[in-house]
Design a binder for this molecule. Structure first.
Ligand code: HPA
Ligand code: MG
Length: 221
């Protein structure tokens, strides 16, 4: 197994322009709001399936896995990842029972990080005690949010904690080592789709796309 590919993910270079919009289908109402299809849905899905394989191998000594989905952006990645873990389990003899719990965090306004971890809801994660935990997050960039979340999770004394990040952004001082399973390493672009939003818009887009100037203006708050 290629462990370098697992740690870093698929690396998209700084000059990757994405695919032209007319090569794919997407909701018509967004046609002025996105610049390009940055990662098509089919590629995301296959990469998520690959991550499910890595996770199955690493959690092989456990009968169950406690998945902590970071909302809202992580909901599609989490749903697809858990589905692949279940299918892989059915097709092999090492079925991993999955339980999914949710935590909601908010740190962005427009396309800017607001620098603080806000847990929406109680933040009581005592159900993690003694469990093998997989945190599932759509994007890890500076790692500040993930670091704070990991610290919070550790206070509930889980047996082990791993982090799956669909996207890791190449930013100065990036905290790559926080993420055990990386889907894609991307430049520091603001991307939307596959449950990632810009002020709550674009979650209904299947591909990961780069937002256009028009889109940024139209949905600014
Ligand atoms: N897109 C959407 N939400 C985000 C991003 C992004 O690129 N980075 C952090 N939150
Ligand atoms: Mg958001």
């Amino acid at each position: 197994m290629d462990s370098a590919g697992m740690k870093k993910g698929i690396v998209l270079k700084d000059d990757w322009p994405g695919y032209s919009l007319d090569l794919f289908t997407y909701p018509e109402h967004y046609h002025e709001d996105i610049e390009s299809v940055y990662i098509p849905h089919g590629i995301i899905m296959n990469r998520v399936e690959r991550l499910a394989h890595y996770i199955m191998d690493d959690f092989a000594d456990n009968n169950n896995i406690m998945v902590l989905c970071v909302l809202k952006g992580g909901y599609k990645f989490c749903a697809d990842l858990v589905e692949f873990i279940k299918v892989l389990g059915r097709n092999s003899n090492k079925y991993l029972e999955t339980r999914v719990e949710f935590i909601r965090l908010k740190s962005y306004l427009n396309d800017q990080s607001t620098e603080q971890l806000q847990i929406i809801g109680s933040g009581d994660l005592s159900f993690l005690r003694g469990k093998s935990v997989l945190i599932v997050e759509a994007i890890v960039d500076t790692g500040k949010t993930m670091k704070a979340l990991l610290k919070h999770v550790e206070t509930f004394e889980p047996k082990m904690v791993k982090v799956a990040g669909l996207l890791v952004k190449r930013v100065p001082n990036m905290a790559e080592s926080l993420t055990d399973y990386v889907g894609f390493e991307i430049p520091n672009h603001f991307v939307v789709g596959y449950a990632l939003d810009y002020n709550e818009y674009f979650r209904d887009l299947n591909h990961l796309c780069v937002i256009s100037k028009t889109g940024k203006m139209k949905y600014k708050v």
